[in-house]
Structures are given as C-alpha cells and as structure tokens.
Ligand binder design. Sequence first.
Ligand code: NFE
Ligand code: MG
Length: 571
Amino acid sequence: MAKTKVVVDPITRIEGHLRIEAQSENGMISTAWASSTQFRGIETIMTGRDPRDAWAFTQRICGVCTVVHAVASCRAVEDALGITIPPNAQLIRNLVHGMQTIQDHVIHFYHLHALDWVDVVSALSADPAKTAAIAKSISPWPNNSTTYFTEVQNRVKTFAAGGQLGIFTNGYWGHPAYQLPPEVNLLAVAHYLEALDWQKDVIRLHTIFGGKNPHPNFLVGGMASAINLNDTATINAARLADVQAMITRAKRFVDEVYWPDVQAIAGFYKNWGAIGGGTGNYLTVGEYAPVDSNDLDSLYFPRGIVLNRDLSKVYPYDHTLVTEGITSSWYEYAGGDAASLHPWEGETVPKYTGPPTPWTYLQDEKKYTWMKSPRYDGRAMEVGPLSRMLVGYAAGQPDIKEIVTELLTRLDVPPAALFSTLGRVGARCMETVLLANQMQVWYGQLVGRIKNGDTRTFNGERWDPDTWPKTAQGYGYLDAARGALGHWVQIENGVISRYQCVVPSTWNCSPRDEEGVPGPYEAALMDHHPLLRPEQPLEILRTIHSFDPCMSCGVHVLDAQGRQVVEVKAQ
Ligand code: NFE
Ligand code: MG
C-alpha cells in the first residue's frame, strides 16, 4: 500500500480546535503531528491585576473543567502569601473538584469517546432481549428490561428512518475496526442517552457550594460557602441533604453503569492494550488534599513520576524542573527559540509564522502549533488519569492497587496493557469509581466537623494587601480531569507581575521539542498504531480521544481567519 497523508481537521467531540496529520504506510501510522489552531491569551491579561481576582479570570480558560483553574489559581496565590485554608474549605474544594471530575469523565466516556468504540448503526440490528440479558448479568442497574432496550432501539430507528442519525450523524458506522456485537452496541447507546440526564443532575452540587455551574465561585483563603444549619440563606441541613443525595446518585451511576460498561466494552478491545502507548513517561502532581491541606505527601492520588514504563520505581515531583519550550510553537522568547523557561521566568509572546491559506502539511513547517512544549527535567511527559493510576499503583496506594489489579484480572491482561490507548480509557473509569467512593468520605468529614460546631470556611488573615510582602511568588498545583496543572504567580507591590499556566492538554498536545522529541499525542499515534482506512481515520480518533483533549485549556491564549482545511470529516 502506498504512503498516504491523512489530515483530520478539526477533530470533533473535544473542546477547542485540533488538527492531526499522520503519514500512514501499509495500514500503520509511521509519523504524526498535532497542531492546536487557536490562540487566546489569558496569561497575558493577568498582569497588573489583584491576585485575589486571578481565579475568576483564569477560571475562564475553560468551560469544561470549570473548577480546576480557579482552584490552582487560589492555591498559587495562597502559596505566595503564606495562607493556610480552613479544613472545611479544603473538604468543600475536594467535593466540588471531585464531582467536576466524575461528571467530566462520564461525559467524556459516553458523549465524547464511546462512539469511537460503539457502532450506533449496528445497535439497530440488536436483539433487545439479548441486550437485557447482558445488562442483567453485569449490573443491578434497573433500566435493564427488553421493553426498555426496545424503546431505545426504536428511538434510534426513528432517527435513522428520517435519513439522518441526529446527534449520531457522520460516524464511521460499519468500519471494520468496530468489534462489539450489536447487543453491546445497543447497551452503550442506551447509556449514552441516560448519561445526558444524569450529568446535569449531579453537577448541581456546584450550585450549593459555589453558587452556580459552570464556573462556581471560589475565594483566596478558603471557600465562599457560608454554613449555618439554621439559616435558609446559607448551606444548611436541607442543602447538605441535597449534596448527600447527589453523591449517592453519582456513585450509583458510576458503579452500576459506567464501570460495568467499560469492562464489557474493553473485553472486546483487548488488542488496544498494545496500541497507542507513546512517551511512556507519566507525571502526576497528585490531588485531593487531606484535611491538613499542607501535607502534600498524603494526597489521595499520590504525587510522583514513572519513567520508561517502569512500575518498580516512583520518582519525586519537583515543580522547579518544569520548563516550556517553543521550538515548534508560534511564540518568541527574548532568549531565542531554543530557550527552555521555568514558568517563573515564562514568556507568552505570540508570533504567528504559520502557512497562509491553504495549509501546507505540518511536516514542512518548523513551527506548527499554538501549544508550547512543556518538559519535566527535559522529558516529554503524559499526564492524566492514566498517570495518576500508574503512579498510585507503583507507589502502592491501596485503593488504586486494588482496583487496577481487579480490572487487569477481569480482563486477563498484564500491567503492560495499561501503557496504551485502552489503558487511558480504563484508568479514567477506575479513578471515577474511587472518587465516587471518596466523595462520601469527604462529605462525612465535613458534616462531622459542622456538627462539632466548626463552620469556618475562610481564613482572612492575609486579605488586606498591607499584610503582603513587597514581592512574592507562588506555585499552585492541581491534578485536573485531564492531568497535571500548574499555575505560577508573581506578585509585586500588591499586583500580579507575571502569571503562567502549564496545563494538562499542553503537556499531552505538546509538539516536537528542541531535540525533536514528539509530544504524547504524537508519540501515541506512532506507537504500533493501525489505520485501516485512511479515508475513515477511526483509529486516530480512538487514541486522540483517549486523552480527552481540551485545546482551550492547553493554549489558553482564536484565529479569526479560520485557517482550517477540512480534509477529513470526523464524528
Ligand atoms: Ni479545558 Fe482542563 C482539565 C485543565 S485540560 S479541560 O481537566 O487544566 O487541558
Ligand atoms: Mg501557559
């Protein structure tokens, strides 16, 4: 078979604008490039602002992870100014971020990723009685009758009979890489529809602790969540009962729908446990602080690094070893393109030198994306759920060790199968199961403290800028749904003098660096990666979607010219 150049632009079912190019030879991808085609500029508008407001601006980096930039920002400013937040605020941040991640992962699996594995058209030929039997054998979830699955199938048939598939238009239905029997496809389509209603219910937790969703309210020094059990205007007994009910409903859907579905689907795609691994270096800054918020050694998901797929050792994470390069990116550095800058010295000066319309291929361009190249101690690193589960497994975190072992045993695959596209899908689901459990723990701790009379959620000792040093700098960590996030702030005379964010999707969508080393998306597409039909690049979607890309986060800096050539339409 001849060499074929494949361009997928835009990749859909992600947040933002992403172009993937791949060279395929004999049904396999030989080389690939990832380009983020949007620029926003949030870091550049932070200068001169009050650091207590930074969370509200940085939070607008993204409408998907609408919590994480706010928390990372608060932590950066709290670190700079030496502020310790009250235990209740820590628990509320865990609950708000925890539910964010649970909702985000379920939406990702069903609405952004499942159709890469699930053939909707095949579901039309399923026997609903057989689907009901499969459903009953894997889960106690109540919607499991023949009548129910017949009704779902009829809904999809109505779409199809109308000559279109509604929300399921433009898929690569019938592609030979789809491996599920029709009955399992029908099961997944039913849960795609159910998850739409579920997600909007459980995320109302944000409105209780943060006033609204998306973009709930935060506060440097704690949380803007007043607690008084006897007041109708604050968090009270009735609101806490709402929270408890949402946690219960979230956990039930995760345990009885998402987790069994992932196991059932993964069982048919075990070959994807040897495809799409990529860099093999995994970084997590860790997340979910204990009530003693300063103890970074006892984060629920531990902090650390795994190198070269070696699970026998976890290396410590040191934020001072993070740098960003721009060799392949549309920026300039005062010190030249080869410079590698820690975020406290970071620069965000856009310099677009890309090709005029129409695009030439990325391989012809030295600079080809708005993403910078983050590196840790010089290495490209994958971040995200897989990194969290691998580091936790290697570090012996008991909950992670148990669930990873359970999934590997059930699928009858070795730990090496985790270093793959399938590994990302499994890891995302495993951590959702753990988080849904842990939400109950944090909720119990919060209610226990309130019952003991502690309603404090804010530490205002450093609210007054007169109490601040003349200059200060801080680092705010957070492990977001898509991976390790860092905000670095510098404050001079009461205002921000520099602000830099190094974001999960920047790590993962990084372009080639000064040494020519590709970023994780690119490397994953070059790792034993099939492409059966270049004109229907389903396998590219599988691997890119397994990272759950968010370009808005990753670039945080739009191209009004619309320099996009849609050469392949992707569902
Ligand atoms: Ni816009 Fe985000 C998360 C952050 S990822 S989704 O999770 O930070 O790049
Ligand atoms: Mg940045």
